[in-house]
Design a protein around this ligand. Structure first.
Ligand code: DON
Length: 348
């Protein structure tokens, strides 16, 4: 009788433990979310959102279809999840700044960017000249108190890419971007011509950065190559691959090619976290915790370190120059998948 009783007690206790484990792992799964459902559901939720306006200070960007909307997520183990239009290309624009910075860091070390440009937020618009002037007034000309994700720092970073000729420098830049994307990328020539015809402000910034000793070589070449790098054509999938390469510690998760040393990735991500969405970077980080970078072509990339890279392409922008739909969709997806690196569960 006693034996029978203890048999039942053990069986019931076993069943309770198994159920508890089941319930726990189910809720853990829910916390982590299913990537394809998260991507689909954000696509459905935001496909009708009409806020924002295409950039038009570069005439070619005003002509891009504002309805274009594509989402791509690539995990660090190479699984991909898509929704919407992931094939149409837009110009990479300011997202390029991340990969030129990374190229310089890869060749010349983390300190090269920190010493010449700086890794501090300016809190100003991406093409602010006052930001350069206030650094000069407060700390002096040539002080490394900016960052490579705003135009003065980005044009300087482009000037730091080494090469004997303009073509050599350019081939390095486009070659690096292509390795991050895992396919050969090309320039959207109409966007390049359109921006080259209207980039007088960036020329002024280039000349100023030369005058203040940040740029130490041909500033006109730097501005021209910067303009060209902004016109590289990418789709949502390319951008997600580029982000996933950073998420995976500098190795492209599909091709297996190492593009950036593991030890250099945190520095790149730190600048993205500080300045990736310009004067709205703090707001973005507050809601998502993700290092990210936007471009006026309508793309945004974000990196969940060790987990995934995500990208959305949708041209209409908000006042700060960041894609409205991309911000909303990416925040939703990342939060559903537990992508925020600061969101740690307390130990029980
Ligand atoms: O320098 C420019 O004006 C553009 N080629 C890039 C600007 C940009 O993408 C700013 N992004 N949010």
């Amino acid at each position: 009788m006693n034996r029978k009783l203890s048999f039942w007690r053990i069986s019931i206790a076993g069943a309770v433990i198994l159920t508890a484990i089941g319930v726990y792992s189910l809720s853990a799964q829910n916390r982590a979310g299913n990537p394809q459902s998260a991507v689909n559901s954000a696509f459905e939720q935001f496909k009708g959102l009409k806020e924002g306006k295409n950039a038009d200070y570069i005439p070619a960007l005003a002509k891009v279809d504002p309805n274009l909307f594509g989402i791509a997520l690539v995990t660090t183990d190479g699984k991909s999840y898509f929704a919407g239009d992931i094939k149409s290309e837009v110009s990479i624009q300011s997202i390029s700044k991340v990969f030129t910075m990374a190229q310089v860091i890869q060749e010349q070390g983390l300190e090269s960017i920190e010493k010449r440009i700086g890794v501090d937020a300016t809190g100003a618009r991406f093409n602010s000249i006052i930001a350069v002037e206030s650094v000069k007034t407060i700390v002096g000309a040539g002080s490394p108190e900016m960052n490579p994700l705003v135009n003065p720092g980005a044009i300087t970073a482009t000037s730091m890419v080494t090469g004997g000729t303009r073509n050599e420098v350019w081939n390095k830049i486009i070659g690096t971007y292509s390795e991050y994307a895992g396919r050969p990328l090309t320039v959207l020539e109409d966007v390049y011509r359109s921006e080259a015809d209207t980039n007088q402000r960036n020329q002024a910034i280039g000349a100023l950065m030369f005058a203040y000793g940040y740029i130490k070589s041909d500033w006109q070449q730097a501005v021209d190559l910067y303009t060209r790098q902004c016109a590289v054509g990418v789709n949502a999938k390319d951008l997600a691959m580029m982000a996933a390469t950073l998420a995976a510690g500098g190795r492209n998760p599909i091709t297996g090619k190492r593009v950036l040393d593991e030890s250099k990735v945190p520095g790149v991500l730190a600048v993205m976290a500080t300045a990736g969405l310009y004067d709205d970077s703090g707001k973005w980080l507050y809601h998502t915790g993700l290092p990210a970078k936007s471009g006026v072509g309508g793309g945004i990339i974000a990196v969940s370190p060790g987990k995934f890279g995500i990208a959305v392409v949708s041209p209409p922008l908000d006042e700060a120059g960041n894609s409205v739909r991309a911000q909303r969709a990416m925040a939703e997806i990342s939060n559903a998948l537990g992508g925020n690196p600061y969101a740690v569960m307390a130990k029980k």
